[in-house]
Write a protein that binds this ligand. Structure first.
Ligand SMILES: Nc1ncnc2c1ncn2[C@@H]1O[C@H](COP(=O)(O)OP(=O)(O)O)[C@@H](O)[C@H]1O
Ligand SMILES: [Mg+2]
Length: 248
């Protein structure tokens, strides 16, 4: 079972969009568990507006019975809701609070590994306790940047954060970056991609296209143009290959 977390300490570059689309892509062939570690619950909201506590990450952190919500034959979700904001506050006084997810994964390893090939975790734009829990169990972390000056800074900060966590918690998360909302008619996008392309941890980009902003994943969306579909599938296959390699 391979684990990938999406993070960057910046609002709106497309973390949720990527997590959702990549999970749906993998679910065409593999069994996938999606987890929503963001209290704004945008990812969960793409699937349901009525999440039971047993379907939510609260159950993991409060050590209660967890039942992933079945979305489709190959895709399950452990979601987030408004209660997660208080959940984060409750973690503040707990011992070994960084290890709650790792502990749950270890305790439930048998059925989890039987049931899932991939776990995809969406996070919020922070360096908070839930994000730390996700990062330190991950084989791969994907940082997402949209063409902007701040993005470069956020990428540097994420790189340092993941390196520090790997040190502090003997974790082995490998960080890669992708760009999102790229528009080649704008200089900002061209310059940004040129600066990213030199990095060996850069895996590729998603263009700015309305269909990528839809609630329906592009690979299931009849409105997705063929060329865009091919571009997305190529990037996702590259990311999957890296994930398979890091988790081996
Ligand atoms: N490549 C894209 N092209 C067009 N719209 C996009 C693209 N990626 C994301 N969006 C839209 O941008 C907004 C922010 O994306 P989201 O995935 O929620 O960001 P984050 O999770 O990083 O805060 C959403 O409305 C989403 O639909
Ligand atoms: Mg989000």
């Amino acid at each position: 079972m391979k684990i990938l977390t999406v993070n960057i300490n910046k609002g709106g570059p497309g973390k949720t969009t990527f997590a959702h689309n990549f999970a749906e892509y993998l679910a065409k062939k593999y069994r996938v568990l999606l987890m929503d570690f963001d209290d704004s619950a945008n990812l969960t909201g793409r699937y349901t507006s009525d999440l039971a506590e047993e379907n939510s990450i609260t159950a993991i952190f409060d050590e209660k019975e967890v039942t992933p919500l079945t979305i489709s034959p190959n895709l399950d979700l452990i979601g987030s809701d408004s209660g997660v904001e208080r959940l984060k506050e409750r973690q503040a006084t707990k011992r070994r609070r960084e290890y709650a997810l790792g502990k749950w994964l270890a305790k439930n390893e048998d059925w989890l590994t039987q049931r899932y090939d991939y776990v995809i975790i969406d996070t919020e734009n922070d360096e908070g306790i839930l994000t730390i829990n996700a990062l330190i169990v991950s084989d791969v972390v994907i940082g997402i940047a949209e063409p902007s000056k701040d993005a470069a800074k956020a990428l540097v900060a994420l790189k340092r954060f993941v390196a520090d966590l790997n040190d502090d918690f003997s974790a082995q998360a490998r960080l890669y970056f992708i760009a999102n909302r790229v528009n080649f008619s704008e200089n900002a996008s061209k310059d940004f991609l040129a600066s990213l392309s030199e990095r060996d941890d850069y895996l590729g980009y998603l263009p700015r296209r309305t269909v990528l902003g839809d609630d329906v994943a592009v690979i299931n969306n009849p409105n997705t143009p063929k060329a865009l579909l091919e571009q997305v599938e190529t990037l996702f296959e590259t990311i999957k290959t890296q994930l398979d390699k890091e988790a081996a």
